[in-house]
Ligand binder design. Structure first.
Ligand SMILES: [Fe+2]
Ligand SMILES: [Fe+2]
Length: 189
């Protein structure tokens, strides 16, 4: 898939505000691709498409989990976790798109995972730090990325903040997020 087609696909599927967020994630991912020596086209595509299923109906998402034999544990979670893995299978099936680096980056942007590839780590991080994000601690992560240039530390710091947030709300935590936390705690150095 080319950049132009991905833009069209996302623009037609998503509300304007969400589409704009996807553009900012793609632009941020492009900047990061230069720093961390990743394929810019893959970063851009994954950025534009990562939230493709953000507003899909929950019941349909659960059907897709079952039909596509995704991790059955996903049935215990809601859109916040599901829209990543669902978007990846939908884009694969609907557009016959098979690049596994891009699809994994889309799938894991909601949870993180252990042993992520470069595109996965870039999208996971770009989604958190795109220019309009204002959550507490976001500037610290921008520094880790653009000044210190430590991508594994960025992934760890984001995951730690996400897990803290979920614990504060007494929510259960998807196993891939816990694996991400533990893995990048070691990998960050
Ligand atoms: Fe998302
Ligand atoms: Fe997003």
């Amino acid at each position: 898939m080319k950049r132009k087609e991905a833009l069209k696909v996302a623009e037609e599927k998503l509300p304007k505000k969400r589409f704009k967020h996807c553009e900012r994630v793609a632009e941020t991912a492009l900047k990061m691709a230069e720093i961390f020596k990743a394929d810019p086209d893959k970063c851009y595509l994954a950025g534009i498409l990562h939230d493709y299923s953000k507003y899909d109906e929950l019941g349909k998402m659960y059907q897709t989990v079952t039909n596509e034999q995704l991790d059955p544990e996903l049935l215990e979670y809601k859109t916040e976790v599901l829209h990543g893995p669902i978007a990846a299978v939908k884009i694969k099936n609907k557009f016959n798109y098979t690049d596994s680096e891009v699809l994994k980056a889309i799938a894991h942007h909601t949870s993180g995972a252990k042993e992520m590839g470069i595109i996965e780590k870039i999208i996971f991080t770009a989604d958190y730090i795109e220019p309009k994000r204002t959550q507490p601690g976001v500037d610290e992560i921008r520094d880790i990325v653009f000044t210190e240039k430590k991508l594994d530390l960025a992934v760890y710091t984001i995951t730690k903040a996400n897990v803290r947030h979920l614990l504060n709300k007494d929510q259960t935590i998807y196993h891939k997020t816990i694996e991400c936390l533990n893995y990048y705690n070691m990998a960050k150095g």
